[in-house]
Ligand binder design. Structure first.
Ligand SMILES: [Zn+2]
Ligand SMILES: [Zn+2]
Length: 270
């Protein structure tokens, strides 16, 4: 088993100790994990609430590879993609030896989704359309991320809009989502299966079953798996439900990433 989406104290919204993460992963018998701390650089640096000191990150982490030799540890980041930041982000990330980059949409038109800032003044349908259009644009221009993060992430936060306690049925946006998935497949990248949705009682991991099936049916096979844990106890949680959702969509294996290439991490049994 692997967990390729873990936040540590390097993320602004986590205080988790590195030893706590690695011992937890080891105790669970995970073979490979990726630390994917938040990098969400904005054009206005005053809004850079979610960035970490990359110098410090790469100075601190290598000692842990020696301390936990049985664990394959990837030094990664979860990059919050903003279209006008693409060149700067490409340059910034290339200056460091990142092993694995999750490309995520956390904001649209410079408005943060997770804080609810994005929703007021938009009807939910428009909010969804714009979210997926922004994702498509970023998937096309951000040619340096490894996997696309939590595709239907917006579902987690629609509770912020009055009168919409439930996520919108996003099949209305199937043509845009299909284009996103085709671009991922065409470019040899992958998507992640993010179990955070199961932990948040959405009843599914991201992406939800119809998007997973669509990806598979379009020929998408490259999929990693991650908990989006911000505390060590959430690492590797909801694995049985996650594997069932993947199996139901047709997937037979989950991929890891090694030396710049996707490699099968384990077979989904059953
Ligand atoms: Zn995220
Ligand atoms: Zn995350």
């Amino acid at each position: 088993m692997i967990d390729y989406h873990i936040h540590s104290k390097f993320s602004a919204d986590s205080n988790e100790d590195l030893d706590a993460i690695f011992t937890r992963a080891r105790d669970l018998g995970l073979t490979s994990i990726a630390l994917t701390d938040h990098l969400d650089p904005y054009p206005n640096p005053e809004r850079n609430l979610f960035v970490f000191d990359k110098e410090d990150y790469f100075k601190t982490l290598p000692a842990y590879r020696e301390k936990y030799p049985d664990l394959d540890i990837l030094f990664g980041a979860e990059l919050g993609m903003i279209a006008q930041m693409v060149d700067k982000n490409r340059q910034d990330l290339a200056s460091y030896p990142f092993d694995f980059i999750i490309g995520s949409i956390h904001s649209v038109e410079l408005q943060d989704i997770g804080s609810g800032e994005y929703f007021p003044g938009r009807n939910l349908k428009e909010a969804y359309r714009l979210y997926y259009e922004t994702m498509l644009e970023c998937v096309k221009i951000y040619d340096f991320f490894t996997v696309l993060g939590h595709i239907d992430y917006i579902d987690r936060y629609v509770g912020y809009t009055m009168g919409h306690p439930k996520p919108l049925d996003d099949r209305a946006f199937a043509p845009i989502i299909e284009e996103i998935l085709k671009e991922i497949i065409r470019s040899g990248r992958g998507i992640e299966f993010n179990t955070g949705g199961l932990r948040r009682s959405l009843g599914y991991g991201h992406p939800k079953p119809w998007i997973l099936e669509k990806y598979y049916n379009l020929g998408g096979r490259i999929i990693t798996m991650g908990s989006d844990a911000h505390v060590a106890r959430d690492i590797g949680t909801h694995t049985p439900e996650a594997l069932k959702q993947l199996r139901d969509a047709g997937f037979k294996e989950v991929f890891g990433f090694k030396d710049g290439d996707f490699k099968k991490a384990f077979t989904i049994k059953g």
